[in-house]
Design a protein around this ligand. Structure first.
Ligand SMILES: Nc1nc2c(c(=O)[nH]1)N[C@@H](CN(C=O)c1ccc(C(=O)N[C@@H](CCC(=O)O)C(=O)O)cc1)CN2
Ligand SMILES: NCC(=O)N[C@@H]1O[C@H](COP(=O)([O-])[O-])[C@@H](O)[C@H]1O
Length: 214
């Protein structure tokens, strides 16, 4: 039975497109139950049929807390097995996180716990990091503080700027996301007591792209 994915996105949706392509290719046993955005103009919304799109602005809902509640109700309607944040640029409130506890995943463009938050590529450059990358983690109320499931690493090159580095990271985000979603779809992934577990065993170090490929 395909797992039901509720997608939260605020932007162009290349990670969503990677999910759609994997489903179509038959390599991800999942279906998109809905795409939810805080930005009605998000290109991610255009990647799915209109019936799967939902968008409101926090302002139209009367502020952040009210928006989170309306969003949670809308996500609940599609009865997701997993809620997947792919470039969703709003911090989810505690009530939302608790309502979907253990089911919310996020892809973050840094090697957590380094560079939580925004502008991660420029910060990696500013810090002179030799490598950078992406993390796939469970979402908890703390921003980018949830248990890390998997990471993909890329070198920082001498002539990099934030855009070239972001492009190199994005290229590994897609396989990282799909590798973790395949584990989720096969029932092997879970969050227990704030820890990521695979086949019931706690993950003390994040999975790598290579380890998920085998
Ligand atoms: N409770 C949580 N919510 C979210 C998490 C999380 O780990 N815990 N991850 C984020 C995604 N994210 C980084 O991966 C992230 C999203 C948004 C922000 C942020 O500072 N947003 C600002 C608004 C920014 C804007 O409008 O452009 C804000 O919400 O005030 C930082 C990191 C998804 N949610
Ligand atoms: N803090 C969250 C964050 O910055 N997420 C990042 O937004 C981009 C979305 O790209 P996409 O819309 O092409 O999938 C991705 O690089 C993702 O890591």
């Amino acid at each position: 039975m395909p797992v039901r994915l509720a997608i939260l996105a605020s932007g162009r949706g290349s990670n969503l497109q990677a999910i759609l392509d994997a489903i179509k290719a038959g390599v991800l046993d999942a279906r998109i139950a809905g795409v939810f955005s805080d930005r009605p103009d998000a290109l991610a919304l255009q990647r799915v049929p209109e019936a799967l799109r939902w968008s409101r602005t926090p302002k139209s809902c009367g502020g952040r807390e009210a928006f989170d509640a309306v969003l949670a109700d809308a996500v609940a309607v599609c009865e997701p097995d997993w809620v997947v944040c792919v470039g969703y640029m709003r911090i989810l409130g505690e009530a939302f996180v608790q309502r979907f506890a253990g089911k919310i995943l996020n892809i973050h463009p840094s090697l957590l716990p380094k560079h939580k938050g925004l502008h991660t590529h420029q910060r990696a450059l500013d810090d002179g990091d030799a490598e950078h990358g992406a993390s796939l983690h469970f979402v908890d109320p703390e921003l980018d503080g949830g248990a890390v499931i998997a990471q993909a690493r890329v070198p920082v090159l001498p002539n990099d700027d934030a855009d070239t580095l972001a492009a190199r990271v994005l290229a590994v985000e897609h396989p990282l996301l799909l590798g973790v979603l395949q584990l989720a779809a096969s029932g092997r992934l879970a969050e227990r007591n704030g820890q990521a577990t695979l086949d019931g065993q706690a993950l003390f170090t994040p999975l790598s792209l290579e380890s998920m490929a085998t």
